[in-house]
Design a protein around this ligand. Structure first.
Ligand SMILES: Cc1cc2nc3c(=O)[nH]c(=O)nc-3n(C[C@H](O)[C@H](O)[C@H](O)COP(=O)(O)OP(=O)(O)OC[C@H]3O[C@@H](n4cnc5c(N)ncnc54)[C@H](O)[C@@H]3O)c2cc1C
Length: 101
């Protein structure tokens, strides 16, 4: 008797659905992801991925591809509508120096 194939159907091809699908694929499951929207295209938006997110991507074997597709942030923060910084986080060697301006 052969090994029964484990199959999963995931509804939603967002971050959670695709990450779940990638994780199950790595475990040998046959995965189908159902997405109601049309094909993925560039929409002019970006997403910031923090250290815990990169760690999760590494677990899925996707960190190198993500790093290659993205850019390392040197600084991030929040401005008000006049362009005045409300909060800035400069990148440091420790990566742990939030600085309020
Ligand atoms: C403006 C904005 C900026 C953001 N910036 C960041 C950021 O920089 N960094 C960060 O970590 N997070 C960011 N987030 C949050 C991040 O986008 C969400 O946490 C993440 O996308 C959630 O993923 P998800 O898979 O849970 O849900 P979703 O991304 O909402 O995915 C759900 C998917 O399921 C599909 N779906 C729903 N119902 C059905 C159905 N019945 N059949 C088939 N498909 C279905 C939807 O079309 C959708 O594609 C941002 C969010 C917004 C709105």
């Amino acid at each position: 008797m052969g090994v029964r194939e484990r199959r999963a159907v995931i509804v939603g091809g967002g971050i959670a659905g695709l990450a779940s699908g990638a994780a199950l694929l790595r475990q040998g499951w046959a995965v189908t992801v159902l997405e109601q929207a049309g094909p993925v295209t560039e929409v002019g938006a970006g997403i910031s991925i923090t250290a815990n997110g990169l760690s999760a991507l590494a677990t899925l074997g996707l960190d190198a591809a993500t790093r290659n597709a993205g850019h390392r942030l040197r600084m991030a923060g929040t401005m008000d509508q006049s362009g005045t910084w409300l909060m800035r986080i400069p990148r440091s060697s420790s990566g742990k120096v939030p600085q309020e301006v």
